[in-house]
Design a protein around this ligand. Structure first.
Ligand code: C2E
Ligand code: CA
Ligand code: CA
Length: 367
């Protein structure tokens, strides 16, 4: 057993290795919760010191989950499961920390498992529908295209929001299949939309980091484009910085191939992550989407307004188009036009709507 672990616990405690990188510490006769806190903090402190292995320095992170008998379980298996749940929470908090198990945590986990289970068969059961939110030219308020946004209705769970199920689909990997479905639907719709209105639109599809690990991704996109006779420059992929931060060469390769194909790339949620300028320099993005949290404040405070103004200037100097997302009010639109923003999207014009409504939308409004 690792001497560091041994050094952190009391003589009367039990140490065990559950497997892989998971260990268990059994603390007997806890007089109060504080004992568990003290020991956890001690463990964290001890692990901050790097390990020397084969002449190399290794730094490990530690995440500790704590469950207490009898409040958090009467038997070993319940206590273990709940400690595990608490450990996930500690990891989610950024590692190198500890978490006590709580009832709420259990609810979150149960909900997660439930979603995961239903998500696996959702495609086969036809529970998904792709909605479309139109994008407008700021100057003349005409529709230039749309963003495809996925909706999920499950007979038991009801409507589940993408903010809840997309991260889970990412985690389990089903996003690869779901993403293909969204893409196929979106291309099919784009063609129908174009034919009905005799106009050229663009279609934006969100791509998750996990989808880049799919070796078939590029071929699949190529084939779908040629099967549907879609011009590549009508298609745009929205990706967040999270994709670029992974820093793997297969992502760079995929982005290069997408560029070569002639499809457009859009940096999504700009302003929320690191908003790294080096990414903008290194990769050739065609569009920058300013996150709605900034658009929300532009008419309310000078800071947001100035940030958006500078972001637009920077994007334009790098030859990128700027899309403002989350435009909800006329005043925001007016200000964005003054600031030189190119395209807008938001509830002021339309929420994401089903394909049928999107086709009618064009006919029934004067935008
Ligand atoms: P996102 O890509 O940033 O999409 C914009 C989100 O803002 C959408 O939420 C949209 O409905 C919402 N929105 C648009 N205009 C307004 C507005 O004026 N006010 C407010 N308050 N909200 C507005 P939605 O559809 O719930 O999607 C949430 C997120 O889920 C998306 O954020 C995207 O990251 C992800 N997502 C949705 N569909 C897909 C998909 O097919 N594939 C992948 N990978 N991710 C998806
Ligand atoms: Ca998006
Ligand atoms: Ca966003």
């Amino acid at each position: 057993m690792n001497p560091r672990l041994k050094g952190a616990v009391r003589q009367s405690d039990t140490l065990g290795r559950l497997g892989g990188d998971e260990f268990i510490v059994l603390l007997r006769a806890l007089s109060e919760r504080n004992n568990a806190v003290d020991i956890s903090e001690n463990l964290l402190k001890i692990f901050r010191e790097p390990f020397q292995i084969d002449g190399r320095e290794l730094i490990l992170t530690l995440s500790i989950g704590i469950s207490i008998y009898p409040e958090n379980g009467n038997c070993a298996s319940d206590l273990l499961r709940n400690a595990d749940t608490a450990m996930y929470q500690a990891k989610a908090l950024g590692r190198n920390t500890y978490s006590f198990f709580t009832k709420e945590m259990n609810e979150v986990m149960l909900r997660r498992f439930e979603i995961e289970e239903h998500l696996n068969s959702a495609l086969a059961r036809n529970e998904f529908e792709v909605y479309y939110q139109p994008k407008f030219d700021v100057k003349n308020e005409s529709i230039v295209g749309a963003e495809a946004l996925l909706r999920w209705h499950n007979p038991i769970l009801g409507n589940v929001t993408p903010d809840e199920f997309i991260p889970i689909a990412e985690h389990t990997g089903v996003i690869v299949h779901i993403g293909k479905y969204v893409f196929e639907q979106a291309l099919e719709f784009l063609n129908e939309w174009k034919n009905v209105n005799q106009r050229d639109y663009t279609m934006a599809v969100n791509l998750s980091p996990r989808q880049f690990r799919d070796k078939e991704l590029i071929n699949f996109i190529k084939k779908s484009l040629s099967d549907t006779g879609t011009k590549p420059d009508r298609l745009e992929f929205e990706i967040t910085e999270g994709v670029l931060m992974i820093g793997n060469s297969y992502i760079d390769d995929a982005l290069d191939e997408l560029n070569e194909l002639g499809v457009k790339l859009s940096m999504d949620d700009f302003g929320t992550g690191y908003s790294s300028l080096s990414y903008l320099r290194k990769y050739s993005f065609d569009t920058l989407k300013i996150d709605r949290s900034f658009i929300n404040g532009i008419t309310l405070n000078k800071e947001d307004c100035n940030l958006v103004k500078s972001t637009i200037a920077m994007a334009h100097s790098l030859d990128m188009l700027v899309v403002a997302e989350g435009v909800e009010m006329r005043e925001q639109l007016t200000l964005l036009e003054k600031l030189g923003c190119d395209l807008v999207q938001g509830y002021y014009f339309s929420r994401p709507i089903p394909a049928k409504e999107m086709i009618d939308f064009q006919h029934t409004t004067n935008h």
